[in-house]
Design a protein around this ligand. Structure first.
Ligand code: HAM
Length: 423
């Protein structure tokens, strides 16, 4: 066993899987960017209170899963367990909502929850998410869901379903919570569970214990309490999704693990992942801006779990390109210095170039060229340097053509330009 190991339960990626991970992440980012969402890069740690206020004190995330510590200045700091609270904080702090609305941002990065590790559940995991803040309109709900769905489809995923629900507005909540509290007072609960239900009775639906699940079977359903406005909005979202050709099922018992949701909420669930089947989720959060000290603006967004989406691609046997996109691999013979100079010169022309290092014989160097997946290779020894001529080998066809060193860059550029690169 090595002296040091990664902390328990974190996800890590290295070659060749890191290329798959990057492909998943960049595909999800590009779908968001393609719909006008712009990058927001935020700190991975924030004031603890941002999350206790934003995510909600009764949630598992806040009660049990936050990585919280005191920094050297005695401040309570927490590693971000999710991205929405940070985005809303930044929008308020930098007055981003004073410009054109909606504010449309995407983010991508690591998030931290001290959960019990298991397949697909990590303590450090990755999300690509978007948030659209400032406009309350079912059209945006449908757009946000459609972008998430398109990202998954673009990866080629098929065996997943979209579940949606409406959590209603504050009037819905008040009416529903009154009924739910009355119902809960009629069932027997231990002190801790009771305390949790007192803060937010909805959290009881998160409880994994069979006896609690059974006791809640006859509990009132929130969907039955939707105000006319909420149910009109929800109908509009459903009809828009249908017009967009996006299939969904309504799940009126969906519980999202974060407290800020109102109105439309949704989850993407994959069939091939076992217990950790949620590959993404999101919804509307109309009170969050005000809760965190901003204006009364609404918002909606999603977080897609990159780790689980990669697992889903693997479960579906999807071919993920592993190509590093190398144009040329240089195999030096004798001194490598000329190879390094040439590689740097070609790189400055926009070409992707790698080379063999170490004291390798020709055979070993060619093996490395093969493994690199580069489109072309050359051998660069004293003869080539003296004659200023190399044999440019096409790694796919095995054919070689003689090229002068001076024309190598242009030759490679004209050959790869047909592949749509270096334009
Ligand atoms: P969430 O449902 O808590 O939502 O997380 C989104 C996704 O992150 C999950 O569906 C899952 O794929 C992934 N995920 C969560 N926890 C873990 C874990 N421990 N290991 C691996 N993957 C995990 C949010 O975080 C909201 N901020 C989404 C949102 C944005 N809502 C509105 N805007």
């Amino acid at each position: 066993m090595s002296k040091f190991q990664a902390p328990k339960g974190v996800s890590e990626y290295f070659s060749p899987r890191s290329a798959h991970f990057e492909f998943v992440r960049s595909t999800l980012i590009e779908t968001a960017r393609g719909a006008g969402y712009e990058l927001m890069e935020l700190p991975v740690f924030e004031d603890t209170e941002l999350f206790t206020r934003g995510v909600g004190e009764s949630t598992d995330v806040v009660r049990k899963e936050m990585y919280t510590f005191e920094d050297r200045g005695g401040r309570s700091i927490t590693l971000r367990p999710e991205g929405t609270a940070g985005v809303v904080r930044a929008v308020i702090e930098h007055n981003l909502d004073r410009g054109q609305l909606p504010v449309k941002v995407f983010y991508s990065g690591a998030f931290f929850r001290a959960e019990r590790p298991q397949a697909g559940r990590y303590r450090q995991f990755y999300q690509v998410g978007i948030e659209a803040i400032g406009i309350s309109d079912p059209l945006i709900d449908a757009e946000v869901i459609a972008i998430a769905d398109r990202g998954l489809k673009e990866l080629g995923l098929k065996n997943y379903r979209l579940e949606i629900t409406s959590l209603g507005d504050s009037k819905t909540r008040t009416a529903y919570l009154k009924e739910l509290r009355a119902f809960i007072s009629g069932i027997s609960l231990d002190e801790e569970t009771k305390a949790r239900a007192d803060i937010n009775p909805l959290r009881l639906f998160d409880d994994k214990r069979e006896e609690i699940k059974k006791a809640l079977e006859k509990a009132p359903v929130l969907m039955d309490f939707l105000t006319l406005e909420s149910s009109t909005d929800f109908e509009a979202v459903k009809s828009l999704l249908t017009s967009l050709g996006i299939k969904f099922v309504v799940n009126n018992r969906m519980v999202r693990g974060l407290d800020y949701y109102t109105g439309t909420a949704f989850e993407f669930v994959h069939d091939g992942l076992g217990a950790q089947s949620g590959i993404g989720g999101g919804g509307r959060y109309d009170g969050l801006m005000a809760e965190l000290g901003g204006s009364e603006l609404s918002g909606i967004g999603y977080g897609l779990g990159v780790d689980r989406i990669l697992l889903a691609c693997e479960a579906e046997g999807l071919a993920i390109p592993e190509d590093l996109g190398l144009d040329l691999f240089i195999v030096p013979l004798g001194t490598s210095q000329d190879a390094l100079l040439l590689a740097e010169e070609l790189r400055s022309r926009g070409l992707a170039v790698d080379m063999a290092f170490g004291d390798r014989a020709l055979k070993g160097g060619m093996k490395a060229a093969d493994k690199s997946g580069a489109r072309y290779s050359i051998v660069l020894g004293a003869d080539e340097v003296a004659s200023k001529n190399v044999a440019l080998k096409n790694m796919k066809s095995g054919e070689s053509v003689s090229v002068t060193l001076g024309s190598l860059a242009n030759e490679l550029i004209s050959r790869t330009v047909n592949l749509g690169e270096h334009s």
